[in-house]
Design a protein around this ligand. Structure first.
Ligand SMILES: C[S@@+](CC[C@H](N)C(=O)[O-])C[C@H]1O[C@@H](n2cnc3c(N)ncnc32)[C@H](O)[C@@H]1O
Length: 275
């Protein structure tokens, strides 16, 4: 990725709550990734997921995707994703969990997190310089996510992850609304959770149609909403869209998740390109 961050804009924009190039990245996911990643097709050579807190691509690899590409509107999401990927290959399980918990609990500077020095210098230079330039700014945030709800890898999952994730994930810095035009390959699985909540509803068809061009036969686009409200509109529009297109089916899958993952009660939307 050739992006060169603009430190001054970043310092200004990182305080903004609105999602953008320099909006704060989440330190941990609040999604039940162990459940939603099971919606991955059995054969998954290529997957595309939001970088988010870095947990999405990790769990996507864990559940069997051979190659995972990532995207996010925020450059900070790439930073936390790369930090987690490198920490995974540097620390043992116990230290990794401690590392994530510290990352969650600490505000600034990031360098105060135990073992951060062992990880940061492995980052690409552009990212390393950026993180140092913004060391007094909170580029990662817990937002309103509780650490109890976080999906931290078990020892077993961690060992498996270390075997399958050896290098940082490819990253596309993009608003999802413009991403279709930037994709250069096709995927078996697109996991787009908690993003359409922030896309204006008049854009739903346009965005999904541009992504459908990049789904392999047998592949799926998985979407879920958090807030409710627009998810029904999305469901109705996707049903119509799939009806008009040969070889596509649309389903709402109900997932048995309660308590901390209560948001899933509305179900997960799956658009599938049949073979
Ligand atoms: C919407 S947030 C919510 C947190 C999420 N539930 C998790 O577990 O990480 C997920 C990610 O989507 C990104 N995002 C938000 N709007 C976007 C957009 N229009 N295009 C691309 N990424 C977007 C954010 O930067 C963030 O990293």
């Amino acid at each position: 990725m050739d992006f060169v961050p603009d430190y001054e804009t970043a310092k200004k924009d990182v305080r903004d709550a609105i999602f953008g190039t320099y909006s704060q990245a989440y330190t941990v996911t609040n999604e039940d990734l162990r459940k939603s990643m099971r919606l991955m097709p059995k054969k998954c050579d290529d997957a595309l997921v939001v970088a988010g807190s870095g947990d999405h691509p990790l769990f996507c690899s864990l559940y069997g995707a051979k190659n995972v590409d990532t995207f996010d509107i925020s450059y900070n999401a790439k930073c936390i994703m790369d930090i987690k990927t490198l920490a995974l290959n540097t620390l043992n399980h116990q230290d990794y969990i401690r590392f994530i918990k510290d990352l969650y609990n600490i505000s600034v500077p990031l360098m105060d997190v135990k073992n951060m020095d062992r990880v940061l210098y492995k980052l690409p230079k552009t990212e390393y310089d950026y993180i140092y330039a913004l060391k007094d700014f909170q580029i990662f945030s817990r937002k309103s996510i509780s650490l109890n709800g976080a999906v931290l890898p078990t020892q077993f999952e961690y060992d498996k992850l270390r075997e399958c994730v050896k290098s940082p994930y490819n990253f596309i810095l993009s608003d999802i609304c413009k991403m279709g035009g930037k994709l250069t390959k096709s995927y078996d699985f697109m996991h787009l959770s908690n993003i359409f909540d922030y896309v204006q509803s008049f854009n739903y068809e346009f965005v999904i149609l541009s992504l459908m061009e990049h789904v392999n036969p047998g592949g799926r686009i998985v979407t879920q909403f958090f807030a409710g409200g627009n998810d029904d509109i999305f469901g109705i529009r996707m049903t119509k869209l799939a009806e008009k297109r040969k070889n596509w089916i649309f389903n709402k899958k109900m997932i048995n998740s309660v308590g901390k993952f209560d948001y899933l009660r509305n179900g997960i939307y799956v658009l599938e390109r049949v073979r």
